[in-house]
Design a binder for this molecule. Structure first.
Ligand SMILES: [Mg+2]
Length: 263
């Protein structure tokens, strides 16, 4: 894995020379800095402008892909004409594109029950946030004092036992977040593959050149799917083990790079 800005000129030339481009951009930690309160991750206007400048040339497709629910992404980003892939790609929505994963849809009623149980179980942890995202549920504990984290995780595991035993759900972890997802074979990588296929067939006349940027474990699935094609970029302050071919050090650098591509 190389630092992207060490090869900047060559990469920019390569991306610009493509007839069709498809950007897949993670949200938290990639397009916006990770904030203490996950309910307040609004996209600053200066950043919105950069993303908007990528759109509208008729040959660039932009998809924001996130673990968040689509409705919340809409509210945070405030840009039309974007394709949004929410819940790690289990739901996809945008101009002329729509998808919801079947298995995730089927697990929805039971997920409602999980939300209620987790809210009840964790109600005494100040700062813990149980977020109902429709197809998945997240427990954010960034605002819970660190000394309570082990106990919170214990309570969480106990509450989840019977649901996990049913094999219908899995638990994943991200940065100060535990997440319950339906046990379906679908991740950001599957979503990227699905969208690229859809684009080639329905929207663009040819297969676009994919550019994926993300900062977290869940983005590795997409890096893996895109191995050997396009450009994959991990957002990380330092080099680390990853399936991405390049890394970039900060959200600020992500926008610098996107700015070069748009102008
Ligand atoms: Mg992220």
């Amino acid at each position: 894995m190389k630092y992207l800005f060490d090869d900047k000129d060559g990469i920019i030339e390569e991306v610009r020379s493509q007839d069709r481009r498809a950007f897949f951009l993670d949200y938290d930690g990639t397009l916006t800095p990770i904030v203490r309160d996950p309910q307040k991750a609004f996209l600053p206007p200066k950043y919105r402008k950069v993303i908007a400048s990528l759109l509208g040339d008729g040959k660039t497709f932009v998809c924001i892909i996130s673990g968040r629910a689509i409705e919340q992404l809409k509210e945070f980003i405030g840009l039309k004409d974007l394709v949004l892939a929410g819940n790690h790609g289990m739901e996809i929505s945008g101009p002329s594109i729509a998808y919801v994963h079947d298995g995730a849809l089927r697990a929805k009623p039971l997920l409602k029950e999980i939300v209620e149980i987790l809210k009840l179980t964790l109600r005494d942890f100040e700062g813990a946030l149980v977020e109902d995202k429709g197809l998945t549920v997240s427990v954010h504990y960034r605002m819970v004092p660190v000394k309570h984290h082990p106990r919170l995780k214990r309570f969480f595991c106990r509450a989840m036992e019977k649901f996990l035993a049913s094999n219908m759900f899995i638990v994943t972890r991200g940065k100060r977040v535990l997440e319950v997802r339906p046990n379906v074979v679908w991740d950001k990588g599957s979503a990227v593959k699905w969208i690229l296929g859809y684009l080639s067939v329905h929207l663009l006349e040819e297969k676009p050149y994919p550019i994926y940027m993300g900062d977290d474990e869940t983005d590795e699935d997409a890096f893996r799917v895109l191995k050997g094609q396009g450009l994959t970029v991990l957002v990380s302050p330092r080099k680390k083990a990853s399936e991405a071919s390049y890394f970039i050090k900060s959200v600020e650098e992500v926008y610098q790079f996107l700015g070069f591509l748009a102008s």
